[in-house]
Write a protein that binds this ligand. Structure first.
Ligand code: HEM
Length: 148
């Protein structure tokens, strides 16, 4: 169980910390750039970050479902674990949608130098990341304060 918690937290730190940096530090710093530079930079940055997010999702869900199975064996599952599971699954679905839809559009638009379409796709990603960041931080509160 301790090893599972370790993988769980490593995944959460990479995913939520990465979104925090992207949303609150990189985004304001790139707002003054011209669309071609800004979109090329974001497409390259997100391409790398999203690979790490897939790894983080695998770690969080793998360790999470393992721990859920262990807790279920012992008896009743606490409410905060239910909540964490649902929030984590919703975050994963939002990320999968962003990756396969908005991010795919962003990459295609950057390759075609279609800055208008690219800007719209990046805007969708920005909103989704804001939602997932809020959900991720909430999940840390649920997981820690909920357990007390
Ligand atoms: C981004 C999503 C998630 C975050 C940020 C998160 C965060 C955390 C944190 C901070 C802990 C406390 C670790 C400790 O004991 O110190 C924890 C424990 C746990 N998480 Fe998550 N979690 C997430 C998703 C999930 C999912 C999807 C599941 C189920 C599939 C899950 C199942 C569990 C379980 C079973 C525990 C152990 C609870 C206990 O020991 O009572 N988590 N999580």
């Amino acid at each position: 169980m301790k090893i599972a918690v370790m993988f769980h937290l490593l995944g959460a730190v990479v995913w939520i910390g990465g979104m925090f940096f992207a949303y609150l530090c990189l985004r304001p710093s790139t707002s003054g750039l011209e669309p071609p530079q800004r979109l090329v930079l974001w497409a390259a940055t997100l391409r790398r970050f999203f690979l790490w997010v897939w790894a983080a999702v695998a770690l969080i869900l793998g360790s999470g479902f393992y721990m859920v199975a262990r807790i279920a064996e012992l008896g009743r599952m606490p409410l905060y674990v239910h909540l964490m599971l649902y929030i984590g699954v919703v975050m994963t679905l939002i990320f999968a949608y962003v990756f396969f839809s908005s991010f795919a559009t962003l990459k295609r638009a950057v390759a075609a130098q279609d800055w208008k379409t690219g800007g719209a796709a990046l805007n969708q990603i920005r909103v989704a990341v804001a939602v997932n960041l809020a959900l991720g931080l909430l999940n840390i509160v649920v997981a820690t304060a909920g357990a007390t």
